[in-house]
Design a protein around this ligand. Structure first.
Ligand code: TEU
Ligand code: CA
Length: 589
């Protein structure tokens, strides 16, 4: 924990300090903020996918020393928390989300000493570090699984789900998220083991208290090394219905068994136990990655009185363009649908807290998916950044989005690395005989490698990421889209992010203020208010490539233009002439 200077609000604060906001006079009906300020509510998080961030030893793979070489860049950006995707020992079947030793560093990424240097380098710059906790499953190369599979009598047998086959088939009809059955047969002990993800990612049986105690012990080991919290991988999948029943269906084949493990029967019991035994003993931040979570579930996970997690990642925006056949089927979305989801979560979490994100290592690049990565790449990337950094909740910036990195369109499957992409391609082309160009188009739109091409630092070979051969090719647009170019251009997306981050840090209304949508049914404009005591801001975003004349229902003639992605010269009038993807922030006087 960082004692003394609180990195988030510049005052000397230790722990949580009750803050009566002196600026807000009590008056009839005006909201007065008198809650506790929390550093994790005021955090601005930057996600690093270490394999693709910066390579220091030219083996073509990003590493901890590479990140250390870029700490000043992160400090100048202004972010105050780093979420580091997994760096633990791993065979990299799923790029580190398959952990073989939770208490050591992956060979390709460096050593524990390198990690300690990274931690100290971040803390010295007033940046907290949260680690990625991947405990729904371990690698099949983890010692626990090696023991477990060695014998049916192993003391670790019950750390995982082992079952006999049924009539020569798998124990049930569940499929893996990465294709095929969710069961793998083990010749040695003649039983199947469960893997919701790849067959090298073996699901832990959280019903076993020994599993939970070993996880809590490992968490404390990291927290005692100064980690400031955790992002918890698919943490809402950890409680399975122990009978592991078939999905009830007449359809043959494999079916996703999510109804038997998403937000499972004991998940809240487990998290309240984890909070009691571990989380509550430290000044830390926790965010659960909870695919398929509903608003009602999220209220249970994040209600402060329930003492589970601080916040969760919900995927309703990420799933907005997903068709009935799943993520590879892309369907059109409308801005009113997008706004209804945002508004539902902004208004509906009650005593909980939102995370805000539009990209990650699992998603297409946000400017390609929700903006325009062609002629309006810069304007739309800035517009999306304005949304990301003025909503109520903790914002998460994914590496490279701050310079408007885009999706990549590798011509052949051999250029791709992600197990999810490769398994889907094999199943689609070789088992279902789908046309290659149709499958490649789906990968171009939704493949996770869109976000995993190396960070583009400059216009030198491989974008300055490595002097070796990169583990995955750099997006060919690195010659014009890179940090060095962006640093030189005061109108770049990068400098706009810096200004917005500073504005958010200086304006508690964007952190704690009430959110109210304006003109929700408008098909092109996303406008909303943020109100914090007597401070009121209005954000207006043109989500279209059209010039739009727009009069806000709220009079803004008496307002101050605060920030935007175009030069504004129609100040003070209520009729706004918005240009393509224009974003404006007004302070109502
Ligand atoms: O993701 C969980 C998850 O649901 C995603 O894998 C999602 O199904 C997929 O990315 C949609 O395209 C977490 C990690 O973020 C992801 O990188 C891992 O692959 C997964 O868990 C297994 O650990
Ligand atoms: Ca390296």
């Amino acid at each position: 924990m960082i004692q003394g200077k609180n990195i988030l609000n510049g005052k000397n604060v230790t722990g949580q300090e009750k803050t009566e906001d002196k600026n807000i006079q009590k008056s009839s009906g005006e909201k007065c903020f008198s809650g506790e300020r929390k550093w994790w509510k005021e955090a601005i998080v930057y996600q690093i996918y270490p394999r693709s961030f910066k390579d220091s030893n030219d083996d073509g793979i990003g590493d901890l020393k590479g990140i250390i070489s870029r700490l000043d860049y992160l400090q100048e950006l202004g972010i105050n928390v780093v979420w580091l995707s997994p760096v633990y020992k791993s065979p990299n079947d799923d790029n580190g989300y398959d952990v073989s030793d939770y208490c050591d560093i992956m060979d390709e990424f460096g050593t524990l000493e390198d990690w300690e240097q990274l931690r100290d380098g971040l803390h010295k710059r007033g940046i907290r570090l949260i680690m990625d906790l991947v405990v729904n499953h371990t690698s099949d190369e983890h010692q626990w699984f090696i023991e477990s599979r060695s014998s049916v009598d192993s003391p670790y047998r019950d750390y995982y789900f082992w079952r006999d086959g049924k009539n020569g088939r798998e124990p049930n009809n569940w499929c893996s998220a990465f294709g095929g059955s969710a069961w793998e047969y083990d010749e040695n002990t003649k039983q199947y083991y469960l893997h919701i993800f790849s067959k090298k990612q073996v699901d832990l049986r959280w019903d076993n208290p020994k599993v939970r105690q070993d996880v809590y012990k490992m968490m404390k080991w990291w927290l005692d090394k100064g980690v400031d919290g955790f992002r918890m991988d698919v943490i809402n999948y950890t409680s399975k219905v122990d009978e592991l029943p078939d999905v009830k269906t007449d359809e043959p084949g494999y079916h996703w068994g999510g109804e038997y493990f998403v937000n499972g029967p004991r998940v809240h019991e487990y998290l309240q136990e984890m909070n009691r035994e571990v989380l509550s003993k430290y000044d830390i931040m926790t965010v659960g990655e909870t695919p398929n979570v509903t608003l009602e579930d999220a209220k249970l996970f994040t209600d402060e009185d329930r003492k589970e997690l601080n916040m969760v990642f919900q995927f309703e925006i990420m799933d907005l363009d997903v068709g009935p056949e799943g993520k590879w089927q892309t369907v059109p979305w409308t801005l009113p649908e997008f706004k209804r989801i945002i508004t539902k979560w902004q208004k509906g979490l009650g005593n909980g807290w939102n995370s805000i994100f539009f990209g990650s290592h699992d998603a297409p690049r946000m400017v390609s998916r929700f903006g325009n990565d062609g002629i309006y790449r810069v304007e739309s990337a800035k517009m999306l950044a304005t949304l990301l950094l003025t909503l109520k909740g903790t914002p998460y910036i994914y590496q490279g989005d701050e310079i408007g990195m885009t999706n990549v369109r590798f011509p052949v499957i051999d250029d791709y690395r992600d197990i999810e992409i490769l398994n889907m391609y094999r199943e689609a082309v070789y088992e279902r005989n789908l046309p290659v160009d149709q499958v490649m188009q789906a990968i171009h739109l939704k493949g996770r490698d869109n976000a995993r091409t190396p960070m583009q630092w400059d216009d030198s070979k491989h974008g300055g990421f490595t002097k070796g051969e990169p583990w995955i090719k750099v997006n060919p647009n690195y010659k014009t889209i890179n940090v060095k170019e962006a640093m030189k251009d005061p109108e770049s997306i990068l400098h706009y992010y810096k200004r917005l981050i500073k504005l958010r840090k200086d304006t508690l209304a964007f952190v704690y203020g009430d959110y109210d949508i304006i003109d929700e049914d408008n098909g092109d404009i996303f406008a909303y208010k943020r109100t914090y005591g007597n401070e009121k801001y209005i954000v207006v975003l043109n989500f279209s490539d059209k010039n739009i004349k727009y009069t806000l229902p709220e009079k803004i003639s008496c307002s101050e233009f605060v920030e935007g992605n175009y030069k504004v010269d129609d100040k003070g009038t209520d009729l706004l002439e918005l240009r393509p993807y224009e974003a404006r922030i007004y302070k109502i006087l």
